[in-house]
Design a protein around this ligand. Structure first.
Ligand code: T1G
Length: 712
């Protein structure tokens, strides 16, 4: 076989290039950054494949992509726009019905429509480091180009169900083992010649190459009851996601319907989802996350500080979690505490956390040991002198933090980046404790810091933009989502959380119970209600904050004074039986609330879930618009990312700001004014920013509402 490659003229403005290796056509697509299957790619591919199929000199076709990855899916930006021919389905049918065998030679991340295209090919090869999957449910969709049918045909319905519903990827080894691909090729110079040899050998073999649609063995041999058991378990965990429910139905159809019928029902389900609110919300989050990550990307790479070694000050819950987050990403970490026993306690906590992951099977014992070994304890700050980046995670007290920063300033390298994990304090003031304010910023991790993806990157007035760029790159290495925020009390998340909580006790006094509030939240899509969350985190955390600010909070303070601090004391807003984390209603709490209502001459009434959501979520959105007005973040989608990745706001609602837009901001203003009139509470005063965003002119608002007072 001649290895000389003959360039056939490029097609369709260079998107598709065809070269010949002997009798085999190598079709390479180049559509950076991820070879998304947009209309121009589909059209160029269809034209080229049609010509090659008719060309007698061509014995087979090898389909590959230039750049970092084989097709990473359909072009998400096209969804919601008028369909453009040829559709992906038509292109895949053309490939599957081609007279010449088509081999997909994959690398990178063939995802969604990219993997579906490969499954419509007659053979599939991948390099060892390829990660392939059908993650469409993360976009509120299902695979819409045959993935819910061809994948079960290749790897069996139960394995396909899990992969599609969980949106997980398979590497090449697993894919070969499962039957998703036919072989593994090297990623170097031999990639194409090995692919040609593979297809040549298969053409010479006695067994015919059967398209996926004709391979029904795994469907016929499937254990249908095991499939249903898996489907029920996955459906239970789907929590309101329309896409997951549709994905389960589509894979089940592959089991019980013919190939064509299953394709047709998949198409109908996909078309409904692509027009759905949930998918619009999840696609919004997809692009919002990427927009947020771009902060600081304008800075030339040369300016970016390379971060290799990390120091963490404070081995408490947050400091330990932060140290784990870095160790999990392969960074050596020096964990400093004020003395040996505090250090020992922190280290023991970290070891316990890794042991839990090992016992759950999510981490091997060797990997846990390797990560633990990356975290070296130090009973003082001197050991941080060599670190590129230091994260302070000591007690939330300004004086203590400034003292630590003054010490670090004298110990750390002059170019070291000093960050604070404060969750609401003024980072500008902390920076004044150092002689290097340009290298000081906030890194607000969310607990548990080794799990939650969000990190609020708090840009202080003097923070050097090059440092922000380095931190955005660091966040990607930590597999975190960074949102750059400005300095204000509570930044974005906690500032809006305070707004969401402002009316919570009134709801209890007026008639709601903690259970009703929590259920309204979980029915909305939150993973947990606010009172359950308080019990989990510990009521004493916010109690200490209130006391340090000379504030009090009805009901909550009473519970704390009675030692009801939440799960850690076996009772808080709920009671917990020994060893159980299941919240149980407690008459002691209900009586305490009823007495508080009575003492204020409040006649308790039925409070609906809708009222609970309006009186907690709309003030939070109101605060979000104030935050935008103060330019704390540049985009409202940044706020959505904070809430989806930092607090579990349901992704399929797109985040608070997106969700409010879909309710209609004029509706939000009207409901805030309604609750303001009913309760007299300033928490329901629509901000000027929200009113403006709602496009409500002065005349449209009730004359008795003086806008000038909206900034309560
Ligand atoms: N469509 C359009 N743009 C995309 C895209 C896509 N599928 N994937 C990535 N981009 C853009 C992204 O917005 C960013 O743009 C740039 O590429 C780099 O992305 C019919 C219906 C492939 C693992 O879900 O998971 O096929 O910000 O920053 O971190 O059944 O991108 O630079 O302007 O994420 O290296 C299914 C989604 C689609 C894969 C690379 N496919 N993409 O990660 O880079 S639906 C997916 C990813 C579908 C069919 C269904 C990741 C990545 P910009 P990036 P990365």
């Amino acid at each position: 076989m001649s290895t000389e490659a003959r360039l056939v003229d490029g097609r369709e403005d260079g998107v598709v290039e065809t070269t010949m290796l002997g009798q085999f056509a190598i079709v390479s697509v180049n559509n950076p950054p991820v070879n998304a299957l947009g209309q121009s790619v589909r059209a160029a591919l269809s034209t080229t494949l049609g010509e090659l199929d008719a060309d007698e000199a061509v014995a087979g076709i090898i389909l590959t992509c230039a750049g970092r990855t084989f097709f990473a899916g359909a072009d998400i930006a096209e969804f919601g726009l008028p369909a453009l021919a040829p559709s992906l389905r038509d292109l895949l049918a053309q490939i599957e019905n081609s007279a010449k065998p088509v081999l997909a030679a994959m690398h990178g991340t063939p995802l969604g429509g990219g993997l579906e295209l490969a499954m419509a090919c007659h053979l599939r090869l991948a390099t060892l480091d390829t990660k392939m999957g059908l993650p469409e449910v993360k976009l509120g969709l299902i695979p819409g180009a045959g993935g819910t049918v061809r994948l079960p045909y290749l790897i069996g319905p139960e394995a396909a169900l899990r992969m599609i519903v969980q949106g997980t990827t398979m590497d090449a080894d697993e894919a070969l083992e499962a039957g998703l691909i036919d072989g593994i090729v090297s990623s170097g110079a031999g990639f194409l010649s090995e692919a040609v040899t593979f297809i040549q050998t298969r053409l010479l073999a006695p067994t015919r190459i059967v398209p996926v649609r004709g391979r029904r063995q795994k469907i016929e041999q499937a254990d249908r009851s095991a499939f249903e058991t898996a489907a029920i378990a996955l459906a239970t965990r789907s929590k309101g996601s329309e896409a997951i429910a549709a994905a389960i139905g589509a894979v089940r159809n592959a089991l019980f319907l013919s190939f064509e019928e299953a394709l047709a029902t998949e198409r109908a389900a996909f078309d409904a989802l692509v027009a759905s609110e949930q998918s619009a919300a999840q696609r919004h989050i997809f692009f919002a996350e990427r927009a947020a990550r771009k902060a600081g990307s304008g800075v030339a790479p040369a300016l970016r500080t390379e971060i290799r070694s990390v120091g963490v000050v404070g081995a408490g819950t947050m400091g330990g979690g932060i140290a784990m987050a870095f160790a999990n990403a392969g960074f050596p970490v020096v964990l400093a505490e004020v003395n040996a026993e505090a250090l020992e306690r922190g280290h023991a906590n970290i070891a316990r956390n890794y042991a839990t992951s090992v016992s759950r099977g999510s981490l091997s014992a060797e990997e846990a040991q390797r990560r633990l070994a990356l975290i070296q304890g130090a009973p003082n700050l001197a050991s941080l002198a060599h670190c590129d980046l230091i994260v302070e995670a000591v007690f939330e007290d300004m004086a203590i933090k400034k003292a630590v920063f003054a010490q670090l300033d004298g110990i750390a390298r002059p170019d070291a980046i000093l960050t604070t994990n404060t969750s609401y304090l003024d980072v500008n003031e902390i920076a004044t404790a150092t002689t290097r304010p340009a290298n000081v910023l906030g890194l607000h991790f969310f607990s548990p810091a080794n799990v939650m993806k969000l990190v609020e990157v708090v840009r202080a007035d003097k923070t050097d933009p090059a440092i922000l760029a380095a931190i955005s790159e660091l966040a990607r290495r930590l597999d975190k989502v960074p949102v750059v925020v400005g300095v204000c009390h509570g930044f974005v998340g906690n500032r809006m959380l305070e707004a969401r909580s402002a009316g919570m006790m009134d709801l209890l006094l007026e008639g709601a119970t903690p259970e009703q509030v929590d259920r309204a939240f979980t029915d909305f899509g939150w993973p947990m209600g606010p009172f359950q969350m308080q019990d989990l985190a510990g009521l004493d955390i916010s109690w200490r904050k209130r006391k340090s600010r000379g504030e009090s909070l009805i009901i909550a303070d009473d519970l704390c004074e009675r030692g009801r601090l939440g799960q850690k004391t076996g009772k808080g807003y709920y009671r917990y039986e020994d060893g159980s984390r299941k919240p149980l209603s407690d008459d002691v709490v209900l009586d305490l609330i009823a007495s508080a209502s009575q003492a204020r001459n409040i006649v308790r009434r039925e409070i609906s879930a809708e009222e609970i959501i309006e009186r907690t979520h709309y003030p939070m959105i109101n605060e979000g618009h104030r935050i935008l007005g103060e330019a704390i973040v540049p985009r409202s989608s940044d706020i959505d990312i904070v809430w989806v990745y930092g607090y579990g706001f349901p992704q399929y609602k797109g985040g608070p700001m997106f969700w409010a837009e879909r309710q209609g901001l004029d509706h939000v203003v009207a409901r805030l004014e309604h609750w303001r009139a009913v309760t007299g509470q300033p928490a329901y005063l629509p901000s000027a920013e929200l009113v403006q965003a709602a496009g409500l002119a002065e005349a449209e608002r009730r004359p008795d509402k003086a806008v000038a007072q909206v900034h309560s």
